[in-house]
Design a protein around this ligand. Sequence first.
Ligand SMILES: Cc1cc2nc3c(=O)[nH]c(=O)nc-3n(C[C@H](O)[C@H](O)[C@H](O)COP(=O)(O)OP(=O)(O)OC[C@H]3O[C@@H](n4cnc5c(N)ncnc54)[C@H](O)[C@@H]3O)c2cc1C
Length: 379
Amino acid sequence: MYDLIVVGAGVWGTSAALAALRQGARDVLLLEANFGAAEESSAKSGGIVTALLWNAQDRAFVERSRELYREAAELGGDGSVWRRTGMLTLGGPKERDLLEGRAAQAEREGATAELLDGGEVRRRFPDLDRLGDDAIGLFTPDDWHVNPTAYAQAALGEARRLGLTLRTGARVVGISARVGSAEVRLQDGSVHQGARVLVSAGCWTRKLLAPSGVEIPLRPYRTQLSSLRLGSVHRELPVVWHLPTDIYLVPEGAQDILAGDGTEYKESDPDAFRREGDPFFVESVAERLIALTRLGDAAGLRSAWAGLCGATPDRRPLVGAVGPSLFCACGDQGIGVMRGPAIGELAAQVALGAAQEGDLSPLRLPAADFPIRGGFTLD
Ligand SMILES: Cc1cc2nc3c(=O)[nH]c(=O)nc-3n(C[C@H](O)[C@H](O)[C@H](O)COP(=O)(O)OP(=O)(O)OC[C@H]3O[C@@H](n4cnc5c(N)ncnc54)[C@H](O)[C@@H]3O)c2cc1C
């Protein structure tokens, strides 16, 4: 019997499996439906890591996650796990108070954040040549871009060294749990037994738990990104988040850029959602890019895709016990890569009885319908 069975090898599940082994669990089994780790939402992500979040607990998760990303980069010897890009959050007159408030807060918390007027933004980042004089920018130089797949590979390498059993192509179709033990059934008919099971299957978690009679308040919603090749090489653009048009840009190499956000505030079925980017989204994101930089004029589409994020009623993650020997960790709100390593670690500790779930209990709120609201927002 395994000490812990973890279902789902995205950033949250791989982090939980590694943390459990470090916590002293002897036998840990990680089950992943795909043939590789971190191929679902984790792979679709923009990879933005910022402390500019509305919730203090989330900012603490980001800080702990940064330590774990750094460590994974060292363990795996992979320099692509994280890089410091800085982030420039841009607003117009309407967002001035909000950005000034965030700058003051960052200062109180010891983070570096600079307020820049429109002219200064254009001087520092000449590619943002179409930004108006009435713009205001908040530059947070210590923000990052991460590669979640590279992180997951490094975390898995370390977890395997500590004795992890990883099974890919292993789709879980049933879980039955009672006091002291649980059974996990796979599509191929095999059954695995563990002292406890942690379901960190991202947006599939609610569906996976439902047949066991567990209802959690999680609503998957679709969000999109496009990858564009700019007309020419950019001059060291940071990550850019333009609040008035709700677009974010993530530079990838000298001439390519990821552009979002195409979020739909309605529920999607994780087994039947459209994985391609919508033509309307691609067109609208290109228009928003052109409004910021002439580099957008000749930009060409490389690809566009959609992935899922999981909404909860209070936009806080669902981490902890949902029954005897049964735990879950989900509810990423679209900011789950930046907090994932820390939340995975917490979930493992809670499952092993080494930490309390505190105010994140998955059963703290009823599973009834609730409005879907984005998590990557300043308010
Ligand atoms: C377009 C887009 C952009 C984003 N940008 C950012 C960003 O810039 N920064 C940020 O912090 N976050 C971002 N996010 C959110 C981020 O991607 C997620 O929060 C994060 O990946 C969640 O990780 P996870 O491990 O919980 O889920 P996932 O990565 O989805 O992992 C869940 C795993 O469970 C597996 N699974 C499901 N069902 C089963 C089953 N029955 N049996 C076995 N395995 C199963 C799946 O195959 C999958 O591998 C973005 C998301 C999207 C879609």
